[in-house]
Design a protein around this ligand. Structure first.
Ligand code: AMP
Length: 413
């Protein structure tokens, strides 16, 4: 696979076949598993058989054939040249199907996961409108995590390069005074997380009465993270005749309610592929106690095929401790969790993305929505609280046509 060649530190050593990994024993369904060694877990019990799957060959899925070229959208010449510069040759499915609706001014419900190109699906038509009419404070993009907001801001800047359009990132964990100054200067686009946006609204710094387009990105994640009241308060402050673009990977009754309250005669675009976990080889790893788990993890990480590994832990403390332990044991590793400042998180993410470290240990919340290319393995050192979290975790690997691998530690029976 292509990603092997780019990241392997030592290409001469041959990788051991994954079926014979020491410490990895296949779970035999039917015998039942222990819950979690007496440890209290708040999530529902997930039967270990749900952590096992053989990846379906990716070739089964025909590549998407877009009905538009980017040039069909008649974008501003500068915007089109920025798209070319980014190397996008054809629109992805969500872009192909939603850009015409967004350009026409409709409300849109986009059912799409991270990694499908949904950022450009809303950013490009928004930039097109701003190029024609550069109104200040007219776009608000709300995202669940700082990292996702940051990624949106980066993409917005790349697509609007040289167009004299400005965005401001308004997220927690960073200096609020600088954000206040930037907001006072009047950006065209405001991108933020719900908590910090609310904070600035309460301080009367952020006024939303000029918003013409509101984007709610990963709305399902925002609900999971308990932002419902913040979102409602934010939406209420925007003009009723705004355009609303609503993205979510799932439609639950709660999401349905939000859609009905926030959107007006929306067009729905769904590009959800079958379960993303289909493209991931999944297996369990049995371990008796913490000590053995650590030893087995080190054993796995010593194998060459574990090239770029995302390890999930349950708590902020546990994640940091595990990352420190790996470092001490000679495995360069970084950690991402809510106890780190925004700049520390960004540094950690960059080190992992740029292949400076091979291993990143993360909590669920910190890893949400991150676009990290070429993750070879996801290891669930601690089991996820819910199956949905599990699917989300393993969705970090097996992207863009590659087969990913996921291993979940379970208690020895
Ligand atoms: P997103 O789902 O917006 O986070 O995008 C996921 C990744 O796909 C990002 O790295 C984008 O730069 C990339 N991407 C989005 N749209 C396209 C496209 N039309 N062609 C090539 N790459 C794309």
């Amino acid at each position: 696979m292509a990603y092997r060649n780019t990241t392997s530190a030592n290409r001469n050593r041959s990788a051991r076949p994954s079926g014979n990994r020491p410490g990895v024993r296949s779970f035999r369904p039917g015998k039942g598993g222990n819950r979690s060694g007496g440890k209290k877990r708040t999530g529902a019990y997930i039967h270990p058989s749900k952590f096992i799957n053989r990846a379906k060959p990716q070739t089964e899925e025909a590549p998407y054939e877009p009905t538009h070229l980017f040039t069909d959208f008649n974008f501003n010449a500068k915007l089109q040249s920025n798209i070319d510069y980014k190397g996008y040759t054809a629109p992805s499915a969500i872009q192909d199907q939603s850009i015409p609706h967004v350009l026409a001014g409709s409300d849109v419900i986009g059912l799409a996961n991270t990694g499908t190109g949904k950022t450009a699906a809303f950013a490009l038509p928004i930039i097109e409108r701003l190029a024609a009419k550069p109104e200040l404070n007219s776009v608000l993009i709300v995202a669940p995590t700082r990292e996702l907001a940051q990624q949106i801001d980066e993409q917005f800047r790349a697509f609007s390069y040289g167009m004299k359009l400005y965005s401001t990132l308004v997220v927690g964990g960073t200096n609020i005074d600088r954000q206040i100054q930037q907001l006072r200067r009047g950006p065209h686009v405001i991108i933020g997380t719900p908590g910090r946006l609310r904070d600035l609204m309460k301080r009367n710094v952020l006024k939303l009465d000029h918003i013409r387009t509101l984007v709610l990105d990963e709305a399902d994640r925002m609900l999971d993270m308990g932002f419902i009241n913040d979102i409602k308060a934010i939406v209420e402050e925007t003009p009723a005749d705004r355009q609303t673009l609503f993205f979510s990977a799932t439609i639950t009754p709660e999401i349905e309610k939000l859609v009905q309250g926030f959107l007006c005669d929306p067009k729905t675009v769904s590009v959800r592929t079958a379960d993303t976990s289909e493209s991931v080889d999944q297996d369990v790893v049995e371990a008796g106690d913490k000590e053995e788990k650590l030893e087995t993890l080190l054993n796995l990480l010593s194998q060459e095929e574990f090239e770029k590994v995302l390890v999930f832990g349950e708590t902020k403390f546990g994640v940091q401790r595990l990352s420190d332990h790996l470092e001490k044991s000679g495995v360069p590793s970084t950690a991402i969790h809510g106890n780190k400042s925004q700049s520390q998180r960004q540094r950690a993410l960059k080190a992992f993305k740029d292949n400076k470290v091979r291993v990143m240990v993360a909590t669920d919340v910190a890893a949400r929505g991150l676009d990290i290319p070429n993750v070879s393995h996801v290891i669930n050192f601690d089991q996820p609280q819910t199956y949905e979290d599990y699917v989300h975790r393993i969705g970090r690997t097996g992207r863009g046509g590659a087969t990913g691998k996921a291993l979940t530690f379970i208690d020895r029976r």
